[in-house]
Structures are given as structure tokens and as C-alpha cells.
Write a protein that binds this ligand. Structure first.
Ligand code: ASP
Ligand code: MG
Length: 471
């Protein structure tokens, strides 16, 4: 019996499973892990984007364009089957991919008749990315001698019906994990499941937000009571800044759950923001690792709050808009607040910061597909209760670390280093883990570079937390 062996969740993102060499690499990584394993996979790189494009073309009656993209997507999966599936599995694997293809074709036909792309329909397209990637990876794993079971995450993770950003019901999901996942793990079988996708209680396909496979991994990790949740990606770990923006960024050996949550909330792409809470709650360490550089130990995210009074990473979020509201004179302040909260609750924009005084309110919102959909209604309703000004094209730049306010001359260093760039609002996060400033988006690069120099490059004191990245 291997009931007391360790349990590990291993999540591989789209670039880690993009083609057959990458999948072979993933299989080698999985085989080296001796614990009981749940492997969570994303769609192959750009797969979800292709499915979104297919749905948009279909809704515009451009079925020829839709089918062209579909054929390319199917072909990428067939190439993987040909390269990695054992002879005895090839036709079975191909048949399954063909079946997915005809289901997508049915959706294309249906949508080209109704012409209305709702979030629910969009999700019904999107789920095929992960369904197909997991199918080809399943046969590749079997062919490589892994004793593996393929699970449909839609039968395990049950969510509300907020399509495109569904949220799980942890109790229901726990029941499914207990009855369908744990027995497999206890028999030493590797469980392979899709990230990102789930379904409502009635079985309608949902997705939990773009890039949310990390969240799926954390859900599985929390519910199997894993010893560690590994997020395998294409960077060495959590860095001091986005490596695309800052070429001298450094890797952190560790970071606390609280700090990581701030980083993800304020724009860092390395871990989906929802993935921290389930791990934090059950105190399960998350480890961010690079599937293309397995010699790096990655970054461990856990409950230890080490290296205090230190900036650990700087992140940014573009497409920020700022709503400045001044209540209409006829409304009492509490009435205004109540009405304002009702409006926000109805539209649920993704609010980053909300600052209020007696006669003004500033709301900082990250504009994304959802806020775009609801934005006009939101504006009209605010118009009824307030004078408002909308400012667009802002960037929210956030320094994350611990006990930031105790850093010597902290604010002074920030403002001196960014020189003449005007920044609009400044907020300290709860627990002093973050400090945000708002600037025009055109200054983003400059501010990021200045702050990175000031806090990570200028003072060359050796702090054991930071490591150089191998290029
Ligand atoms: N495949 C999904 C996406 O591209 C989910 C993920 O990769 O995390 O957003
Ligand atoms: Mg990711």
C-alpha cells in the first residue's frame, strides 16, 4: 500500500506542452517524480487563442476562416500523436481527436446560424483546447510506460455559472475528488487532468478565467491535501520583474503566500491570482519551476515571511482606467456609498483600488474583456448619482515585499528614482506588502527601469534571496 507516499500536483502550461519535444520533456519530468502524482495540463500554446478566433469567425458567419484555423489546430495534435503515440494507440488517439473536431464543427455551424457569441458559448469552444491536449498527452504518457488515468476536469471541478470566470464550489468538488481522484492515487496511478476547464452542477462547460490552469492545479492540490503544488512554466521562477520589461531581473528563491498574492493581483503573470488562496488556506507550498531549465530549483511560495523590510518584486498592470466620482449634492454620503456599492456589485468590474474621502471617490479598474462588456452600463448608472471623470491609458505599478513602510526613506527613494514622472495615486496595501503608483502608460518602461535599478541593481549588497538567471 502506498497510502502514505507523498502527493504532488504538477501543472504544465501551454508552452511546456506546445509540441512533441516539449511533451517528451514533460514526460521525463513526470517520470522522475516519485510521489503520487496529479498532472494538470493547459491547452497547447496558443490553442485557446485559436479556439477563441474560431468562435469569433463563426459568430460572424465566416465559417471558412473558422475551419481553416480549426484544421491547423487539429493538425498540430495529429503531429504529436504521430511522434509520440505507440503504434497500438495511434488510431484510438486519432479517432478521439477527430471526434473533438466534429464537435467543434457542429458548434461552428450552430454559432454561424445564431450569430451571437455569449460567454457561455465561448466557454463551450474553449474547453476543447485542454480536452485535446490532455488526450494526446495521455497517449504519449501511456506509450512512455506511465500507468496513467485521464480524468475530465468537468466531472470533478463544479462551478457557478459565471461563464469565462467561473468559481468552484469547493465542497462539491471535494466530494468528486474523494470518490474519483484519491482512489486512483492510492493505487499508484498517475492522474492526468485538464486545467482551466470545469462545469456547472448541471454539467454545462465553464472556464475559470484565462491562464487559470494554475488555479486548477491549486484546487486539486488543496483537495487531495498535496505535499507540494508544482507550477512548471517557461521562466526560472518568480522574478524581481517581468523579464520582457527588465533584462536584469533576478530570480527569488522564496516568497510568502501574502506577497505572491499581491504580486499576482497587481499584474504578475507567473501565477494566476486565484491559485494562491487554496494553497495558502491548506498551507501547501507552491513551487514555480522552469520546464526548460530543470537544473533551477525555482521559487518556493509558502507561509514563511522571511527577508522583511525589503522590496522583492515590481510588477505592472496596463489598461488601467480611473474613475473619479463626486457625489451629487442631493445625496447624503451614506446613501451615495450604498448606491455606488450596489452598482459595483451588479457589474462586478475588476477593481484594483478604491479610495474614498468625504466628497470624492477614486476607483481604479483594470480594463479587460469583462469590464469592456459592462462598461457603458456602469458609466450610465454612475452618471445618475455622481459627477464623474474617466481617465484612461494608465498603468498601475506596484512594489511588493514585506514591511515596506519600515524601509529607510522608502517613498523618497521611489519618487527620486523615477525623476520627473508624475504619478497620480499612491496606496499602501494591507499588511504593508504592496505600494502602488499610477502613471501614464507611456511612462511604464521608464518607471519600471528606474525602480528596478533603485531597489535591485544600484546597491550591490548580496541578499541570499536573489539569484542571477541563466540566460
Ligand atoms: N489554456 C488556457 C489559457 O490559455 C488556460 C491556461 O493556459 O492556463 O488561458
Ligand atoms: Mg501561466
Amino acid at each position: 500500500m502506498i497510502n502514505n507516499a507523498k502527493k504532488i500536483v504538477m501543472k504544465f502550461g501551454g508552452t511546456s506542452v506546445q509540441d512533441s519535444p516539449s511533451i517528451t520533456n514533460v514526460i521525463n519530468i513526470v517520470k522522475k517524480e516519485k510521489a503520487r502524482r496529479v498532472v494538470v495540463v493547459s491547452a497547447i500554446a496558443k490553442g485557446t487563442n485559436s479556439l477563441e478566433a474560431i468562435s469569433r469567425f463563426s459568430a460572424n458567419r465566416k465559417t471558412r476562416e473558422a475551419k481553416k484555423i480549426l484544421n491547423e489546430l487539429i493538425e498540430r495534435h495529429c503531429v504529436i500523436i504521430n511522434a509520440l503515440a505507440d503504434k497500438k494507440y495511434k488510431s484510438e488517439a486519432s479517432r478521439k481527436i477527430e471526434k473533438f473536431k466534429s464537435k467543434i464543427e457542429e458548434l461552428i455551424t450552430g454559432l454561424s446560424i445564431i450569430n451571437e457569441l455569449t460567454l457561455r458559448i465561448l466557454d463551450s469552444f474553449r474547453v476543447f483546447g485542454e480536452l485535446m491536449s490532455s488526450t494526446v498527452i495521455y497517449y504519449a504518457m501511456k506509450s512512455a510506460g506511465i500507468n496513467v488515468a485521464l480524468i475530465d476536469s468537468r466531472e470533478i471541478i463544479k462551478t457557478d455559472n459565471e461563464f469565462s470566470r467561473a468559481y468552484p464550489d469547493f465542497e462539491l468538488t471535494q466530494r468528486n475528488v474523494n470518490s474519483k481522484i484519491l482512489p486512483l492515487l492510492n493505487k499508484g496511478i498517475t492522474v492526468l487532468a485538464q486545467g482551466f476547464i470545469a462545469s456547472t452542477i448541471d454539467g454545462i462547460s465553464t472556464t475559470m478565467g484565462r491562464e487559470s490552469s494554475d488555479f486548477s492545479a491549486a484546487i486539486y492540490g488543496a483537495l487531495i491535501a498535496a505535499d507540494e503544488i508544482q507550477i512548471w512554466t517557461d521562466v526560472d521562477g518568480v522574478l524581481t520583474a517581468d523579464p520582457n520589461a527588465i533584462k536584469n531581473s533576478l530570480k527569488l528563491s522564496q516568497i510568502s503566500f501574502q506577497e505572491m498574492e499581491e504580486l499576482s493581483n497587481f499584474g504578475a503573470k507567473v501565477l494566476h491570482k486565484n491559485s494562491i488562496k487554496p494553497a495558502f488556506k491548506k498551507n501547501i507550498p507552491l513551487r514555480v519551476l522552469n520546464s526548460k531549465n530543470t537544473s533551477s530549483k525555482g521559487t518556493i511560495v509558502n507561509s514563511k515571511l522571511a527577508f522583511t523590510k525589503l522590496v522583492k518584486s515590481i510588477t505592472y498592470k496596463k489598461n488601467i482606467m480611473v474613475l473619479r466620482l463626486k457625489p451629487k449634492e442631493s445625496l447624503g454620503l451614506y446613501v451615495f456609498w450604498e448606491m455606488m456599492l450596489n452598482i459595483l456589485n451588479k457589474h462586478k468590474p475588476q477593481i484594483d483600488i478604491l479610495v474614498s474621502s468625504n466628497n470624492a471617490l477614486i476607483i481604479v479598474i483594470a480594463e479587460n474583456n469583462y469590464t469592456k462588456i459592462h462598461y457603458d452600463d456602469l458609466k450610465n448608472e454612475f452618471d445618475e448619482i455622481s459627477y464623474y471623470k474617466l481617465i484612461k491609458d494608465k498603468v498601475l505599478i506596484t512594489l511588493v515585499g514585506s514591511d515596506l513602510s519600515s524601509i529607510d526613506k522608502f517613498e523618497e527613494r521611489i519618487f527620486r528614482s523615477i525623476g520627473g514622472v508624475k504619478s497620480e495615486a499612491v496606496v499602501f496595501g494591507y499588511n504593508q506588502h504592496s505600494f502602488s503608483l499610477l502613471a501614464d502608460v507611456k511612462h511604464c518602461d521608464k518607471v519600471m527601469n528606474c525602480l528596478h535599478k533603485e531597489f535591485f541593481e544600484k546597491h550591490k549588497q548580496k541578499i541570499k534571496l536573489f539569484e542571477k538567471i541563466r540566460k
